[in-house]
Design a protein around this ligand. Structure first.
Ligand SMILES: [Fe+2]
Ligand SMILES: [Fe+2]
Length: 213
């Protein structure tokens, strides 16, 4: 059976956007940046699970639709790369540094890890593109890289939720959170109308096509 989708799309839609002109903005409970980033993490983990199922299918000879894999790689590139990492690196980290966090401690470690993640993603995406060819070991190569990638991201997510996000909750007061919400909203506008809803739709469809046992 396909596993339930635990993602609430509305969570990402900034209140000002959602209720533009309705005069209710001030009444909405303010969303903390870390709560919003946690939702990203849950979505990313769900896609990693789906990629894991694709690998299991390849390894047991059931095979997969390589178009689905291409879409999964694009999703990771866009949602994890363009959206989530931008929110962390360009919005959260500068806000934390301004609020007094030491840039070379936790933030420095996380930035190093992001670099590793980007490199590992390139290997995995390249291996995924190789599946369209005729090399007999292409499946094995892809599964090896994707397992490394999945492990890397899962560990990274755990570390952020253990160290970085609690630090953010401690250092960022409501006025700083408000600035962050505005910056996130600007980024969302840049990504395009309905972009997040489209990302969640892809996640839902791929999760249903490759359910975990
Ligand atoms: Fe991160
Ligand atoms: Fe993260």
């Amino acid at each position: 059976l396909c596993h339930a989708l635990h993602i609430n799309i509305d969570f990402w839609v900034e209140p000002a956007n959602r209720l533009k002109g309705s005069g209710q903005y001030a009444k909405l409970p303010p969303v903390k940046i870390t709560d919003s980033l946690l939702q990203d993490h849950r979505a990313i983990e769900q896609m990693l699970g789906t990629i894991g199922v694709m690998c299991a299918n390849m390894e047991t000879g059931r095979g997969i639709n390589t178009e689905h894999l291409r879409i999964a790689m694009e999703w990771i590139r866009d949602f994890k790369g363009d959206w989530h990492l931008t929110r962390e690196e360009n919005i959260l980290f500068p806000a934390l540094t301004n609020a007094g966090a030491k840039p070379h401690c936790t933030i420095g470690d996380i930035l190093d890890e992001h670099k590793r993640e980007r490199e590992q993603f390139m290997y995995m995406a390249k291996a995924a593109a190789g599946l369209h060819g005729t090399r007999p070991d292409a499946n094995k190569t892809f599964c090896r890289y994707s397992k490394e990638y999945i492990d890397l991201i899962r560990t990274h997510i755990r570390q952020e939720e253990k160290e970085l996000y609690p630090l953010a909750n401690k250092l960022l007061d409501e006025s700083k959170q408000k600035d962050i919400r505005l910056a996130c909203q600007k980024l969302e506008e840049k990504m395009g109308k309905q972009w997040l809803a489209r990302m969640m739709d892809i996640l839902k469809q791929l999760s249903a096509a490759y359910p975990s046992k």
